[in-house]
Design a protein around this ligand. Structure first.
Ligand code: G16
Length: 542
């Protein structure tokens, strides 16, 4: 190892100022922004090492996504756009928590253990969201990258999915797309426009929607998109950056609270969408003429996509193994629909995109969505090759070739590198347009079981540990038995509690057959969680 490369690492500006340990959680490190400078510096160092190990560009995104403005966070993106490998999450957690005096020796240890060739060039592609704290944190990361002689390619303010796209384009030498933001907008919008002009819409679909951008970076991206989409789709943007980030708006708020966002001009029975602070999640919703709120979440989006892909495969006479990946937050009705109506395998994995993405890779075409609106579709390279051949195969009928060509464009419209709110929106719009559906027609695919999610503050969320994809509590002792006892009293009842990996809270999810039972079910479970796990403040009133 060439030790001279480590001499710049100690940096008084980025010493560890907080003694609390911080964990690489569901989506990287996430906490109060003012506790993160040394974390970003060290993640800059680690990104360089990761890039050298993989001999490829690594992404570093500064965002706390759906969290409040005063939080921030960082996640590393591996070369194929996937989340950082699990074994390196442990390395990352150790690195950010060591004492300053042990920083260099820890870096040396990683280099030795991972057998890193320090003469390999390192490229780190950086991006950030619109939070006030993000520029300072970016500086810290850049200092870390430069301390280990890494090359920084900074794209400034981008959505998280855009950064994933840029990493993959860079590492595939533009095979996936042009590694620029212009390339991203062109790829997705051209595919969208191509499919749209091939479809004759005679139904209820109107090419206009209302969009809540959570006052985040998505607002910038949507405005850019609109330029590329022209008149094919009119997007009316609300919460477009002037209000408080994620405050009573955004996909997380709308999904959890099941109400429209603030500062939003509700139009009765009108297709509306909400994206989150870094534009990787999307939910659809509308308010009917009786003022009733309706949500069409990640489950509804996943089933719509699965059905459409099945139809296109049938039309093109192509046969591939489709699979749908969900988490325990998926509504029981959606899973029934996937298994019994669509007759597609459905798999349940732990919360967190890395789990869903990895599982989806096992299918020829793997659709994955969290109920909170985070998801995408993955196509195996061999699948794409077969579809491409079908488009030009003279032995195939015109109909088959057209369906295959549509499929190919659908693939281009999808950001396969990660869940992408705006790519998902274009896909949903394409499908609704193809079917001639308005949002009410789409909703009729199946009826959600009544469901609710609440967030609870406890003294120490780590007291709750879980198994079985986060649905069964191991500790504190007795909690799971108490939950089981309550749930057993409800028809089609299901309820679980797990500590959040992005916020300092625990999440409680419940669903059951009868709406009138739901509040009591979740209130009773919340009460035992509060007592067993050390709830803070007044007991939750549902
Ligand atoms: C992140 C993850 C999602 C996860 C969500 C909530 O989303 O990418 O997979 O569902 O956090 O996780 P938890 O329940 O552990 O807090 P985002 O949009 O905040 O980056």
């Amino acid at each position: 190892m060439e030790y001279f490369q480590l001499k710049n690492i100690p940096n008084v500006k980025y010493t560890r100022k907080y003694s609390d340990n911080i964990q690489y959680g569901t989506a990287g490190f996430r906490t109060k922004a003012n506790a993160l400078e040394h974390v970003l510096y060290r993640m800059g160092l680690l990104a360089v090492l990761r890039s050298k190990v993989k001999n490829a560009a690594i992404g570093l995104m500064i965002t706390a996504s759906h969290n409040i403005e005063s939080d921030n966070g960082v996640k590393l993106i591996d070369p194929a756009g996937e989340m950082l490998e699990a074994s390196w999450e442990r390395i990352a957690t150790n690195l950010v928590n060591v004492e300053d005096r042990n920083l260099v020796s820890t870096i040396k240890h990683i280099i030795k253990e991972e057998n890193i060739n320090m003469s390999v060039d390192a490229i780190v592609i950086t991006g950030r969201d619109t939070r006030e704290s993000s520029p300072t944190l970016l500086n810290a990361a850049v200092m870390g990258i430069k301390a280990l002689y890494g090359i920084v390619q900074d794209f400034g303010i981008v959505t998280t999915p855009q950064l994933h796209y840029l990493v993959v384009c860079t590492n595939t030498k533009s095979n996936y797309g042009d590694p620029t933001l212009h390339g991203y907008y062109v790829k997705l919008s051209e595919a969208f426009k191509y499919v749209r002009q091939k479809q004759i819409n005679n139904g209820q679909y109107v090419a206009e929607l209302l969009l809540d951008a959570a006052n985040g970076v998505g607002a910038i991206a949507v405005k850019e998109f609109q330029k590329y989409l022209g008149t094919t789709l009119a997007i009316n943007i609300y919460n477009d950056g002037y209000g408080k980030l994620n405050f009573m708006c955004g996909a997380d708020f709308v999904k959890v609270e099941q109400v429209p966002p603030v500062n939003f001009h509700v139009k009765r029975n009108f297709r509306s969408v909400s994206i989150d602070g870094d534009a990787d999640r999307i939910v659809y919703f509308y308010v009917d003429e009786y003022e009733k709120f309706h949500i069409l979440d990640g489950d509804k989006i996943a089933t719509l996509i699965a059905e459409y892909l099945k139809e296109l495969l049938k039309e093109s006479h192509l046969s591939f193994q489709l699979g749908l990946v969900q988490t325990a937050y998926a509504n029981g009705s959606s899973t029934d629909y996937i298994l019994n109506v669509l007759q597609i395998p459905a798999v349940c994995v732990s919360t967190g995109i890395k789990h869903l993405h990895n599982k989806a890779l096992e299918f020829d075409i793997g659709i994955y969505f969290e109920a909170n609106g985070h998801g995408t579709v993955l196509f195996k390279e061999t699948v794409i090759k077969t579809i491409k051949e079908a488009v030009t195969n003279p032995e195939r009928s015109t109909n088959e070739k057209e369906a295959a060509s549509k499929l190919l464009n659908i693939i281009n419209m999808i950001n396969q590198t990660v869940g992408d709110a705006l790519s998902d929106m274009l896909l949903v719009e394409t499908i609704l347009h193809a079917k001639g559906w308005d949002i009410m027609e789409w909703e009729k695919m199946y009826d959600d079981l009544p469901n609710k999610q609440i967030k609870m503050k406890v003294y120490d969320k780590s007291i709750i540990t879980t198994t079985n994809v986060g649905t069964q509590c191991i500790t504190p002792e007795g909690l799971q038995d108490a939950i089981d006892e309550i749930v057993s009293q409800y028809k089609r009842g299901r309820c679980f509690v797990r500590p959040s990996g992005t916020e300092d809270i625990v999440r409680i999810y419940a669903e059951c057959e009868n709406l009138c039972d739901l509040d009591k079910l979740i209130k009773d479970v919340a009460s035992v969680v509060y007592d067993c796990a050390g709830g803070i403040g007044p007991k939750p009133q549902v």
